[in-house]
Design a protein around this ligand. Sequence first.
Ligand SMILES: Cc1cc2nc3c(=O)[nH]c(=O)nc-3n(C[C@H](O)[C@H](O)[C@H](O)COP(=O)(O)OP(=O)(O)OC[C@H]3O[C@@H](n4cnc5c(N)ncnc54)[C@H](O)[C@@H]3O)c2cc1C
Length: 502
Amino acid sequence: MNAPYWILSSEGESYEPLTEDLSTDYLIIGGGLVGITTLYLLTKAGLKASLIDATRIGYGTSGRNTGKATAQHGYIYSRIEKNYGFEKAKQYYTINAKAMQFIEDVSKEYGIDSQFKKLPAYLFTQDEDYVDKLKKEFDLYQRMGIDSSFEKEIPVPLRVRCALKMNNQAQFHPKRFLDALAKQAVKQGGKIYEKTRVVDFQPGKECIISIENGKKIAAKKVIIASHYPCYDGKGFYFARLKPERSYIVGVELDSFPEAHMINIEQPAISLRYIPEEKVLMVSGEAHKVGHQDEDHYQKLKDLAKDIFNTDAVKYQWSAQDYISHDYVPYVGVINDDLKNVFVATGFRKWGLTNSIASAMVISNLIMDNGSEYEDLFTHLRVKDFLSFNFLKENADVAVQLLGGKLQMGKPDLPEEKETGVKVNINGKRCGYYRDDEDNIHIVDTTCTHMGCEVKWNSQEKSWDCPCHGSRFNYTGHVLEGPAELHLNSYKEPKNTINPQIS
Ligand SMILES: Cc1cc2nc3c(=O)[nH]c(=O)nc-3n(C[C@H](O)[C@H](O)[C@H](O)COP(=O)(O)OP(=O)(O)OC[C@H]3O[C@@H](n4cnc5c(N)ncnc54)[C@H](O)[C@@H]3O)c2cc1C
């Protein structure tokens, strides 16, 4: 049942896996919105570019979000102004507004049925403690010349203290948009290979990328658009990104005002209507990956029942995104010593416009040798890097790394089906899962990214890593995150750990 509306309602083309060695000028790793938009922009300019994806394009977080295209990214502008000044805050707005315009223009140009619709976005609070923050943010909106207003109410039956209304924002169908953009990129000469997972990355004047079937790709320039960078390049992204999982339920609702909305405080409440389907997406319940195993869907269903008196649930799914140390994405060269490798990550659940913005910045860096937004997004910015939260996150990784190793598994194999349990088999801690047909799957529970212990996620029936957010299904196959290698079965040798840092 946990399948996103976006994927269910856009079949898209299938692309063959790469079965031979390949040499290309530009290789894009990852077919989410960052990767596909970059492929589109590079091939539109006549460059020779190929894209590979571990699974299928648009099946990552770009096909699992709430489809809001907006420059209202929660409480962001005051943060940027505080850290980097007014001009940088304005730049962040400008490039995200451009990205929104890109979605509208491209949808029109190619006649994409992307459900693009303009409407206002609201950022509200129900908590008195946040009123001043919203006032401050509104003052900045005005100084930046954003078409907006300060409101006492929002157009749904929720009591709020106040809200910021940003006009002329939008919503769209991200998967249909992505599928159509991919098709256009292929028409322009781009190549797409699905089911082609990177398992090793060797940087150099010409980078050599190994894929799962043993084939190799030689590329002069590489764009890492794998959401969490599948190669770190000594950029220390593994220490800068916090993986956060969030949940969405889609409930049937006859009508909803033309707007979408989100609160500023936690727990998050995000509302976005799909008029074409008469379904309201209620989302929130965010937590660090591998850190909570509760019925988050039920909490959202209860919320939908409370506010809108509906319990007709049509969809539910979850997804994750990565949060940078100062809430601004990292986009640009992966590090200063590797000028031919580019990365875009850390979108903080606002990656639909930010991913298009990233593709624009990277394309400019490649084609024009520079971008006016380079400094805004560079990973070299250090403000807030040693903030309390950031230190706490990395201390948590150490706790998970060591703490996980001290736990022993259960001595007996459990009877229950479809539940992952840590068991101890001949002194070896393993992850045990009995499927509905009584087949038993036992995996080594050491994450293949950096060696932390994975934990069972009962909502998605997956083994999730609490350190950097890698996820594996019960047979041990990588679902997402930085890990590139699968979990071995307990009969095989121990897992190989490959952090892909240097
Ligand atoms: C619950 C939720 C709701 C959201 N809602 C919104 C919203 O309303 N508006 C908004 O602006 N943003 C939203 N976002 C954020 C946004 O969806 C993401 O930031 C954005 O889609 C990320 O795009 P991407 O291209 O970086 O990653 P993805 O779409 O995840 O694509 C990455 C691709 O890389 C591939 N890949 C990974 N590893 C490898 C490898 N080793 N080899 C080859 N390929 C690999 C994957 O298979 C995948 O297809 C939301 C996020 C969440 C979690």
